[in-house]
Design a protein around this ligand. Structure first.
Ligand SMILES: [Zn+2]
Length: 645
């Protein structure tokens, strides 16, 4: 029976690996998604019922689920050096001259793409993935094997005629398609968007939950083989072998890699990809040029920092020219004004660009923008590209300089620019719509009133329907107010009312933080609450009294006084007090000091109270909880199953 099971498991793993390889490496679909999932489920069930046959490189491990608490530091067997970078073709010519001088004969070069991702080193033993390690500082990296297993183009089991043990290096990239999908989802969930694929790939590889990594659909290209003995003659030849072992390695079919016999060939490759890179499904930031013969590479060796047999050529950031159609001004949550350029749509770095940021008034005058100008736009690491300069040769004589606005586009109040600040602000916090909504979003946020189900879309919806105009209005909301709104279902309406009610229990220090007083963050709010104990004393405090408080300076004190002098803010606070929010510190119960000065260990399982509750009781009564029994222990609180201590 178990033999039959074992054979079936082996067969399923083999088939699933093959389908996976064909799909993610060869771009061929041999089976429908549905059929694949059915087989995967069968394998998963068998592995669950027969854990004795489990294997960490089984295709079921691709979906992740391992939680990594920390990533152990691993010493690289071969240091992971970084390449020296060059930004001009002259430097490439110098590189060739240096190489020829040292080798004393003509050499061929391998040209490759320089992937803009996260460097990774994979070790295989007997055809199985043993370990995946990040570059780290080049000497030591972090073990991210659980996360690497979820990347479908990294083979868990090799095919063909592979060496017994070797290391292979490459780059984990975030393909544009997967990256854009991820951001679309985040947008729908009101989460902050990721700004660029490389940083996101890097952050993803360090995530602690590998099942989240699995859902991100990262990709991996491999290019560097390391082992104890020289396995091949040429670095170009290695690519073909890697493909035979099941790796997604760059191939000459799509010109991702090329062997050239002269520096002219190198230049051709650079020029080709400088133009074509925007059509790639992932980001590259240059090309890599290597001496092709591996014996020459050994002869050339390395400096302390980088190999002498390779160099990277970095592309200049891609720039295009287009027309500046208009400039509009956005008002942020804090009242900050940002000019945004609207451009005639144009293709740049794989996406259509319609807008560019200008940052502030100084930047605008520095660029000397006229409406209708032809401008050069460049994409750095960010989603929104920048205007670099104006093409003055194309400026029409009738065009007029763009002038920074003097009034808020949302509420028409005069803009203010404080000395030493680059940004203009609308100071009309109380009546300027984006600022009103911003204050409400701040109020309901997680570390503040923590009202569940109150995202920015809900704030917009309620504000636009005149149901809330400041955050004290939240506590006047009723189920019947919410139900007529199209986008709120019955269940979410009653949940929302429940969480609003629950928020009344939030302690004073967090209520104070929620008010959004400028310069009063989490820590300052805590200090103020502890010192004044109640809002009534805080509201009456003078500047002198305020700066008495530890770490409260003039800036915070002035901001507090301004805030509490504002009649509209006072009214809002009054309403909140009437709704029963905590504006006074709830004094802890009068506790005894029966445990004063005692070191107490809590161990084992308890029925009536949780261990944390017991620890809290000890602390409230003057005792100190320590983690293990020692000669200094005064008391041991023992529950069941506390072990042989
Ligand atoms: Zn305004």
């Amino acid at each position: 029976m178990t033999n039959k099971v074992k054979n079936r498991i082996i067969q399923l793993r083999k088939d699933l690996s093959e389908y996976n390889y064909q799909y993610y490496v060869q771009n061929q679909s041999l089976i429908s998604d549905y059929d694949f999932d059915v087989l995967l489920k069968e394998l998963e069930d068998l592995e669950n019922s027969y854990p004795e046959f489990s294997d960490e490189n089984s295709p079921t491990k691709r979906v992740g689920g391992d939680i990594t608490k920390n990533f152990p530091s691993i010493k690289h067997q071969y240091p992971m050096l970084s390449l020296s970078n060059s930004y001009s073709k002259d430097e490439i010519i110098d590189f060739e001259k240096r190489v020829i001088k040292l080798i004393d004969q003509d050499v061929a070069f391998t040209c490759e793409l320089k992937y803009d991702g996260v460097a990774i080193s994979l070790t295989y033993l007997d055809g199985k993935l043993l370990r995946a390690v990040t570059r780290g500082d080049g000497e030591r990296g972090e073990d991210v094997t659980a996360n690497a297993r979820t990347i479908n183009s990294i083979p868990l089991q090799l095919r063909g005629n592979y060496p017994k043990r070797f290391e292979i290096r490459g780059e984990v990239v975030f393909p544009h398609k997967a990256f854009n999908l991820l951001n679309e989802k985040r947008k729908q969930n009101n989460e902050q968007l990721f700004s660029n694929p490389r940083n996101t790939a890097s952050g993803t590889m360090k995530m602690h939950d590998s099942s989240v990594v699995a859902k991100r659909n990262l990709d991996c290209y491999l290019y560097g083989l390391y082992s104890d003995k020289l396995l091949f003659d040429s670095s170009f030849e290695v690519f073909d072998e890697l493909a035979k072992w099941g790796f997604k390695s760059p191939s000459s079919n799509n010109r991702y890699v090329e062997k050239v016999n002269s520096i002219d060939g190198v230049m051709d490759f650079i020029n080709y990809w400088d133009k074509e890179r925007s059509n790639l499904p992932f980001d590259i930031d240059g090309v890599v040029i290597k001496v092709d013969r591996l014996d020459f590479q050994n002869e050339l060796g390395s400096t302390a920092k980088s190999p002498r047999w390779a160099i990277a050529y970095k592309f200049k950031a891609e720039r295009v020219s287009t027309t500046l159609e208009k400039i509009s001004y956005q008002v942020g949550r804090t009242g900050a004004i940002t000019p945004v350029a609207f451009l005639k749509p144009i293709q740049l770095g794989g996406t259509i660009v319609k807008r560019a940021s200008i940052h502030n008034a100084d930047q605008m005058s520095k660029l000397n923008l006229h409406l209708g100008d032809t401008v050069f736009v460049e994409k750095g690491g960010e989603i929104i590209p920048k205007i670099i300069e104006v093409d003055f040769s194309k400026r029409s004589e009738e065009s007029k300089p763009a002038k920074f606005i003097s009034k808020c586009p949302e509420c028409n109040s005069d803009l203010v620019r404080n000395e030493g600040e680059a940004q203009h602000y609308c100071k009309n916090e109380i009546n300027c719509p984006p600022q009103i909504k911003g204050a409400i979003e701040h109020f309901v946020g997680r570390k503040r009133m923590d009202i569940d189900g109150f995202g920015s879309e809900t704030v917009d919806l309620l504000y636009e329907n005149n149901l809330i105009n400041n955050f004290s209005d939240i506590y006047d909301l009723s189920y019947n107010d919410l139900i007529p709104l199209e986008r709120i279902a019955e269940k979410s309406a009653s949940n929302l009312i429940k969480s609003i009610e629950a928020s009344k229990a939030v302690p004073f220090e967090r209520v104070l933080f929620s008010l959004g007083i400028r310069h009063v963050g989490e820590t300052v709010a805590k200090k103020l609450a502890k010192y004044f104990k109640t809002i009534y004393r805080l509201m009456l405090a003078t500047l002198e009294e305020l700066v008495e408080v530890d770490e409260i300076g003039d800036k915070i004190a002035v901001s507090l006084i301004e805030y509490f002098n504002n009649d509209k803010q006072k009214l809002v606070i009054n309403n909140l007090i009437n709704h029963g929010l905590n504006f006074t510190i709830v004094e802890e119960d009068q506790n005894s000091d029966v445990f004063k000065g005692m070191n107490i260990v809590v161990s084992g399982k308890f029925n009536s109270l949780s261990r944390d509750e017991i620890k809290k009781l000890i602390q409230e009564n003057g005792g100190k909880v320590v983690s293990s029994v020692s000669s200094k222990t005064d008391l041991l609180v023992a529950g069941e199953n506390m072990g042989a201590k």
